[in-house]
Design a protein around this ligand. Structure first.
Ligand code: IVH
Length: 671
């Protein structure tokens, strides 16, 4: 037994080191494949000896079960916020203020970038991470430990030989910009509303009930504050604390500087004003902290802020303006997004007139009303949003905004599922949705109807040549000729392309229907498992959720879609038109295709842009392919994503053909 415990300890130690080298130092010491193997060994051993699982084991990063809710926790040391200075003058005034309180003191300042994320407090006991809590209101936060444990740059065990009995570490959780765009792209594909900015995305992710989702979002953490309640006498300065945090295994922002005077602080601030644009994450200023703890202690705190630190902000990309109207917009998925229409205002170099209000909850939280003066903000490329309503400037006689009960485009009742933020129109013949749906239906990965792009769809709808997807298939050449953009030849071409699309396989049609959460991949998974539309439309939620790769939310969405009479009508229309809504081959037994991936061995490596590993594997297996863990001469293809490591190198050495995700999907589509 001790031999096994030793082995487990060794494995954990090695994996921790590798993970630290990879995520914190950005300097891997182990090949991915080796890591994977060691990890699997650890998993296997722990499966046999569950009693020997320790909370700091790398296998314990991802919670198994979603939490029901987050317990609230009182912070033992409150999390203060910082006073803001908006220019160097205000910074000098701050220095003058603290110098009046400590006339004989001289100070060095630690400059840190102010990361635009979410502050959290981590508690370590005997070197083990025992709790992670959100800032909350500074006094009380939420215990989000399972989510915190998924963040790779937060050590589960401190890399210290003799850790103090108890340590509290604070820092900022943030979402790197590339992750933010990836996440929003993915949300768009799934028909979910995008996050307004990386800070909201990080904060929202931290409060996700399912730690597995948090794990996929690749949050990062910079540590910047060390509290050692029992005193760590050797640490007397912030500059030292940063080094100590780094030695303990944390990621500390590398762009910190110890400045001998305010002039150096001003230089740091000026240098980073431009340079921060090239960082991988958003920053909104510089945090200036007095270095010596002794001076910090003698200055103390005001009601809200420490007197020994200040945030020197960069000119905000924020501006005040007045709300003229609140409109709602209906998107392709039926999502109803409220928009503020405002007095035009200059913001970060452009004139802005509209800002998203996201959803009903956001409107309620803001209590935004027509006539209000609001602060709007734009961060990077992101659409402007309303940050704050200046209620003190509110004119009299305003009333709270009510989300409409009915769709502004079609008048049917709007629906807001419990536990969802988004209000939707679910009438599939709503003109706003219809336009988006037809464009989606014709798109390349769906029915692939060449020549039926956005402009043509709009022209067809405006001229009432079509009023549904089904109408496309009874469209004739002649009426098209009345539209400006068509001549005999181009009209014939379009009609032919539309007719030809009837031969598209069931999975593409299913994707084309635009059911929420049913992207290309899920459509393929579903079409395989439910080879006819009858089977799919009659499937119970439990049967749908039973498909490998299909989650409860997707299952419910499919189930609901088929319960809607307008959708049922569309399906029967398509059937009447002769669509083959099944996997089975049609006609007089044409030769059965053998799928090009049947019998082939594939290896997946790196992170694919859209598919999760499980999904990719499920798709490959469904067409008769096999997925293995290591590259050898017997491998037929290697599917390589971002940050592919040793497997990719080996594939190149053995000259094994490489596939991107797009190429894989294209091959999978060939049935
Ligand atoms: S120190 C008492 N350091 O800014 C010390 N805060 O406006 C308070 N922040 O709530 C925090 N980067 O979320 C500190 N390097 C940094 C920071 C930082 C970002 C955030 C933090 C805090 C807010 C205060």
């Amino acid at each position: 037994m001790t031999a096994i415990a030793d082995r487990l300890h060794q494995l954990r130690l090695q994996l921790q080191k590798a993970s630290y080298a990879y995520y914190v130092l950005d300097n891997p010491i182990m090949e991915d494949a080796v890591y994977d193997q060691l990890y699997r060994q650890l998993q296997d051993l722990e499966a046999v000896y569950p009693d020997l699982i320790t909370p700091d084991s790398p296998t314990q990063r991802v919670g198994e079960k979603p939490a029901q809710e987050f317990p609230s926790v009182q912070h033992q040391i409150p999390l203060y916020s910082l006073e803001n200075a908006f220019n160097l003058d205000e910074l000098r005034q701050w220095q003058a203020r603290w110098q009046r309180l400590a006339p004989d003191a001289t100070a060095h300042y630690v400059c840190e970038l102010k990361i635009d994320g979410s502050a959290i407090a981590l508690t370590y006991e005997q070197g083990l991470l025992i709790r992670g809590v959100t800032r909350g209101d500074g006094q009380t936060g939420e215990d989000i430990t399972p989510n915190i444990r998924t963040i790779r740059s937060i050590p589960l065990r401190l890399a210290l030989d003799n850790p103090p009995p108890r340590l509290e570490i604070r820092g900022e959780v943030f979402l790197p910009l590339t992750e933010f765009s990836r996440l929003n792209r993915e949300r768009e594909i799934n028909g979910d509303p995008p996050f307004a900015n990386p800070r909201n995305a990080a904060a929202g992710t931290l409060r996700q009930l399912d730690a597995r989702i948090v794990s996929q979002r690749r949050l990062q953490f910079f540590a910047y504050t060390l509290h050692c309640p029992d005193g760590e006498p050797s640490i007397t300065h912030q500059w030292q604390a940063l080094a100590y945090l780094s030695q303990s295994g944390f990621l500390v922002n590398p762009h910190t500087e110890l400045c001998p005077d305010l002039q150096r602080v001003a230089d740091y601030y000026a240098d980073w004003q431009g340079a921060r644009q090239r960082l991988e994450y958003l920053t909104d200023g510089v945090v200036v902290k007095i270095n010596a703890y002794s001076l910090q202690a003698s200055l103390g705190f005001t009601q809200k802020f420490p007197r020994w630190a200040i945030a020197l902000k960069y000119p905000a990309e924020e501006a005040p303006t007045v709300v003229r109207a609140i409109e709602v917009n209906v998107g392709r998925t039926g999502a109803v997004t409220p928009l503020a229409i405002m007095e035009p205002v200059q913001l970060a170099g452009t004139t802005v007139q509209r800002a998203t209000l996201h959803n009903q909850d956001r409107i309620r939280d803001l209590d935004i009303r027509v006539g209000d003066t609001v602060i709007i903000r734009k961060a990077g490329e992101i659409i402007p949003e309303v940050v704050r309503v200046m209620t003190e400037l509110r004119p009299s006689g305003t009333t709270p905004f009510q989300m409409p009960q009915h769709c502004p485009a079609c008048g049917s009742p709007l629906v807001r599922p419990v536990a969802e933020a988004v209000t939707r129109c679910i009438n599939s013949s709503c003109p706003a949705i219809l336009q988006g749906s037809i464009i989606h239906w014709a798109s390349r990965n769906a029915l692939d109807i060449q020549g039926l792009g956005e402009k043509v769809v709009m022209a067809l709808l405006e001229n009432q040549l079509i009023a549904s997807i089904a109408d496309l298939y009874t469209l004739q050449v002649d009426p098209l000729l009345s539209l400006d953009r068509f001549a005999q030849k181009s009209a014939e071409k379009l009609i032919n392309a539309i007719q030809a699309s009837q031969q598209q396989p069931w999975a593409r049609v299913l994707f084309g229907l635009g059911i929420r959460h049913v992207g290309q991949v899920n459509a393929k998974l579903l079409a395989q498992q439910f080879p006819t539309v009858e089977q799919l439309s009659q499937a119970k939620v439990s049967a749908l959720a039973g498909v490998y790769g299909i989650g409860a939310e997707i299952a419910q969405s499919v189930y609901d879609w088929f319960r809607n009479p307008a959708n049922q009508h569309l399906i029967s229309e398509l059937q009447r038109l002769g669509f083959n809504l099944s996997q089975a081959e049609s006609g007089e037994s044409p030769p059965r295709h053998v799928h090009p991936l049947a019998g082939k061995t594939l290896v997946l490596t790196g992170t694919l842009p859209n598919l999760k590993r499980q999904q990719a594997q499920a798709l490959i297996e469904q067409v008769g392919g096999k997925v293995t863990g290591s590259v050898s001469k017997k491998t037929d293809y290697v599917v390589a994503g971002e940050a592919a490591g040793s497997k990719l190198e080996k594939a190149e050495k053995l000259k094994i053909p490489l596939l991107s995700e797009a190429e894989l999907l294209a091959m999978l589509g060939e049935y």
